[in-house]
Design a protein around this ligand. Structure first.
Ligand code: SF4
Length: 281
């Protein structure tokens, strides 16, 4: 049956802008006819596996930090090794060399170590930021007719000002809408009754990992920026639905537009049987 998609998240936006086919297989597989292709694939690229484990370990670290427990480098590495062993597929368990595994752990450790040297995290660890919490993006916020996954990773308060922080462990080369994407966290704050409902009471922070470094962005949001953010979300969801209509007519994922660059395909779980493989190099 035809339906209207209402969910927005940064992950959806990123996949949609990079490849319509990948987006469709991941998010249009809600009926029996389409689920098989999604369920069959358990592929996750090594770099996505490493990012997943890094996030999990970082949040465990923050959880302990909240209780006043500090981790040594040794603990971080052993937690990363454990998470990698838990999340690795049985096929990769057989294929992955110890060398490769150690390299992934090294990359993950580097991200966490360098993140903990960033000013916000340093202040949290040094207890000069005392009122803080951390969140994962599992709960959605209702915004008009949309369900938006937009919660910050860390929230802290300094005086009367609330700070919303987003961590991106694997940023893309170009992020032309970074300001608006970061401002989507304001919608989460509006859904959270414990926080004040005023844009000028917030500061937005983005930390993005790219090519071995964390890049920092700070935004003082305005009504105009908030308005533009809402428009971006509405437009994105409209475009998701336009694509869905196109897919609904043909019922064929392989007729949808493919990624512009094969570089993007390297981390795609739907690469086997993708028509991109038939295109000339
Ligand atoms: S392999 Fe590439 S073109 Fe095919 S679905 Fe994945 S990202 Fe898109």
């Amino acid at each position: 049956m035809n339906r209207y998609l209402t969910e927005w998240s940064l992950t959806r936006r990123k996949i949609f802008t990079n490849c319509a086919r990948r987006f469709a297989i991941k998010y249009f597989s809600f009926n029996k006819r389409n689920t098989s292709r999604r369920n069959k694939t358990s592929f996750i690229s090594y770099s996505d596996l490493m990012v997943r484990c890094t996030r999990i370990v970082l949040f465990e670290l923050l959880n302990d930090l909240h209780k006043g427990v500090f981790w040594s480098n040794k603990v971080i590495v052993s937690k990363l090794r454990f998470q990698l062993n838990v999340h690795i597929s049985s096929r990769d368990k057989l294929n992955m060399s110890l060398n490769r595994k150690n390299r992934l752990i090294l990359h993950a450790h580097k991200r966490i170590k360098k993140l903990m040297k960033q000013e916000i995290l340093r202040k949290i660890a040094a207890n000069s930021i005392t009122e803080w919490s951390f969140h994962d993006r599992v709960q959605s916020t209702r915004f008009g007719h949309l369900n938006v996954y937009c919660s910050p990773d860390i929230v802290y308060r300094k005086g009367a000002v609330w700070h919303l922080v987003r961590l991106n462990f694997q940023a893309e080369n170009k992020q032309p809408f970074l300001d608006l994407e970061l401002c989507s966290m304001l919608l989460w704050s509006r859904g959270n009754h414990y926080l004040p409902n005023l844009e000028h009471k917030f500061v937005i922070h983005g930390l993005s990992w790219h090519r071995g470094k964390w890049y920092y962005k700070k935004i003082r949001p305005s009504q105009k920026l908030l308005q533009e953010t809402k428009q971006l979300l509405e437009k994105d969801v409209h475009n998701f639905n336009v694509l869905y209509q196109e897919f609904y007519r043909s019922g064929n994922f392989d007729k949808l537009p493919l990624a512009n660059t094969k570089l993007y395909c390297r981390r795609c779980p739907y690469q086997p049987k993708c028509p991109v493989n038939e295109q000339a190099e």
